[in-house]
Each structure stands twice: as C-alpha cells, then as structure tokens.
Design a protein around this ligand. Structure first.
Ligand SMILES: [Zn+2]
Ligand SMILES: [Zn+2]
Length: 358
C-alpha cells in the first residue's frame, strides 16, 4: 500500500512509497483504512527532531477512516465502523485514567517504540504509535474512537488532535472566564481552535498574535477581536488592559522565547497556558521572585488537558450547534502524493490545516 515515509530525522521531504505494509494485527488490535488525515505541527517537529521519534517513520497522528478488521478480544468495534484516530488512548485502569485525566495516560505510549509498518528494506515506525499518512494502519483498539455518521472524516481527523488540543486548553485547562481578556500567541490550527474555545467561553477580548498576515486575517474570522504581529503585542496590552496584562495568554508555538513573552504579557494573578509542544533542551526561565510575587499561574495543557473522549464529544456538539467552525479551518486539500506541498504550506504559515485525502 501507499504511505509517506521519512527516512531519517532531519530530512525535510517525505517519500511516497507503495511497498509499505501495516503490521502488528492481532488480539486487542484493529486495522483501519485511513480516509483523511490532517497535517499537525507536531509531525513537522518530529521530522526535524524537536520531538523524540525513531526513524524511519510515517508521520501523521490526526486521522480518521473506517475499521477494516477487528482482532480477538476487541468489543464495541466492527468492520465498517467510522472512527477517528486517538494517538493517546486511555487504558481506563491507571491512576491518571481513574482521576479522569486520560490525557496523561502513558499506557498507549508503550507501543510507540514498536514498529507498526514494514517495507522490503526493514521496519518502519508510526509517529506517536499511529502514523496516518498511509492507506492502512494497525492500532490498539483504544486508538479507534467511533464517530457519528454526520461527522465527515476530514472534520473527525481535526478533532483527533488540533481541535481537541486548542479547545481544551481554553475550556478544560485555563477555564477562560466570561468577560475576560485573552491573547493567543501562534495562530495555526491549534491556535485558531484556542481562539474558538475562548470565544465559546465568553471572553470579551481575544487578541490573536502571529507574524503571518494570512493567519491574522483568519484569526479574525474565527472569533479574535483583533489580530497583531508579535511586535505590536506590547501596544495591544497597553491599550486593552491599561498595561496590566491579559487575564489569559496562550502560548501555541512551543518555544521558550514565546513562552517568556506570554508570561510577561499575562497580568499578575493571571494565567499563562502553555499549549505548544517544544524541545527537551529548550528551557523556560522564571526567577523565584517574580514566580512568587506576581502569582501568575503557569498551566501546561496537553491534548486538551482533560478526559480525551469527553473532549471529542464536546467538540462534536459545539460543531453541530454551529458554535465552532471546523470546515473553514481546512484551507488546503491534497492527495498523498502532494504531501510535501502540504509540509511547505505549513512551514510558511500559508495553511491553517491541510487535509490529505486518501
Ligand atoms: Zn497533533
Ligand atoms: Zn490509563
């Protein structure tokens, strides 16, 4: 079957090959036919080595499709079911799951070091234990989450990562209060979802911050009340908050420099919410005096910062009710053979989300 493969970490281009096989099917597993997959910034970060990932590997972790085959012992799924791919499946039994923090369950990650594809040349890994830039993939049953019939595959794919991550940061983690002031630094697919989450929560001002003009324009369509380039953020803080700082600042880039900017634009007693996925050697610095004296809350948010399945259901409910716009987030559609164009569109900031149709 066809799949897009990165041969070595640090390479910029994927090679679309037709000699790849999905392996590992058996008890507790399901085989999926992927129909749509989004390109998430984490895929690019894994390719460049910012996020740890063995190679060669197939990127993609934001996908949706149909169940092709179900292994022994799997209940609640059958061939033909429409599902989205959850890259962080909950085991339901560990202490994190029992607390309702399924986004912190590590059980599914135990499989991330096991290759789930092979080629004549050898084993191939899937990103984060999934790998959706492919026609078929074998995943644990917990990674296949049934979706209602009215949710198109491309919308379901986005809910599988970017939308859940961004909405959840505003709703679950920061718990944005009605009437508050918000700034969102980084307005790709996750940042746009954060803006939509802040709007759903009733924020009064939502300032979108991004160096790319097209993303600033997009942010205004999704609920930002104004959009500025990074060098205009200090002015916006002065104008909107009288210099005090925003009630909430979301860092959706994954770099210590932008996290520090976000911290400095958060008001005393306000909330810095860190959503971006960054590198292990990039250190965020706060001195002990400011940490104590300014009482700013630093809240990291991973995969929506709450029960993952509930977050999916909420995203679907909000989308169905017209409270969030997911269709317009898909700015580009490509075939798998055009995946390198999609990567370029993401790197230049031209796309919010590119959907690869399979
Ligand atoms: Zn992602
Ligand atoms: Zn668990």
């Amino acid at each position: 079957m066809r799949a897009a493969v990165l041969h070595e970490i640090g390479q910029e281009k994927l090679e679309v090959l037709d000699d790849v096989e999905a392996v590992g099917f058996g008890p507790g597993k399901v085989k999926l036919r992927i129909r749509a997959t989004g390109l998430c910034h984490s895929d690019v970060s894994a390719m460049s080595g910012i996020l740890p990932q063995p190679a060669p590997f197939i990127p993609g972790h934001e996908g949706a499709g149909e169940v092709v085959d179900v292994g022994d012992g799997v209940s609640g799924l059958s061939a033909g079911d429409r599902v989205l791919v959850c890259w962080l499946p909950a085991c339901g039994a560990c202490p994190s799951c029992k607390r309702g923090q399924t986004q912190l369950c590590l059980a599914g990650f135990m499989n991330a070091g096991t290759p789930n594809f092979k080629r004549p040349g050898g084993d191939v890994f899937g990103f984060a234990g999934t790998g959706t830039f492919t026609e078929e993939v074998v995943v644990g049953a917990g990674c296949a989450v049934p979706i209602p019939d009215d949710v198109p595959f491309e919308i379901a794919a986005l809910i599988g990562c970017g939308v859940t991550t961004g909405l959840g940061a505003a709703i679950n983690t920061a718990k944005v209060e009605a009437g508050s002031s918000v700034a969102v630094i980084g307005c790709g697919g996750v940042g746009i979802s954060t803006i939509q989450g802040a709007r759903v929560q009733g924020a009064a001002q939502i300032v979108a911050v991004d160096p790319v003009a097209s993303r600033r324009e997009a942010a205004l369509r999704f609920g930002a009340t104004e959009a500025v380039a990074p060098d205009q953020l200090a002015d916006a803080k002065q104008r909107i908050t009288g210099g005090e700082g925003f009630d909430y600042v979301f860092e959706v880039v994954g770099k210590s420099a932008t996290a520090r900017t976000a911290y400095e634009h958060t008001r005393r007693g306000g909330t810095l919410c860190v959503v971006g996925a960054g590198a292990m050697d990039d250190h965020f610095q706060v001195n002990m005096f400011e940490l104590f004296f300014d009482e700013k809350r630093i809240l990291p948010s991973m995969y929506g910062g709450g029960d993952v399945l509930r977050s999916y259901e909420r995203a679907i409910a909000l989308w169905r009710a017209g409270r969030i716009d997911l269709e317009s987030m898909i700015t580009h559609r490509v075939r798998l053979e055009e995946v390198n164009d999609a990567l370029d569109q993401m790197r230049t900031g031209e796309s919010l989300r590119t959907c690869i149709e399979l």
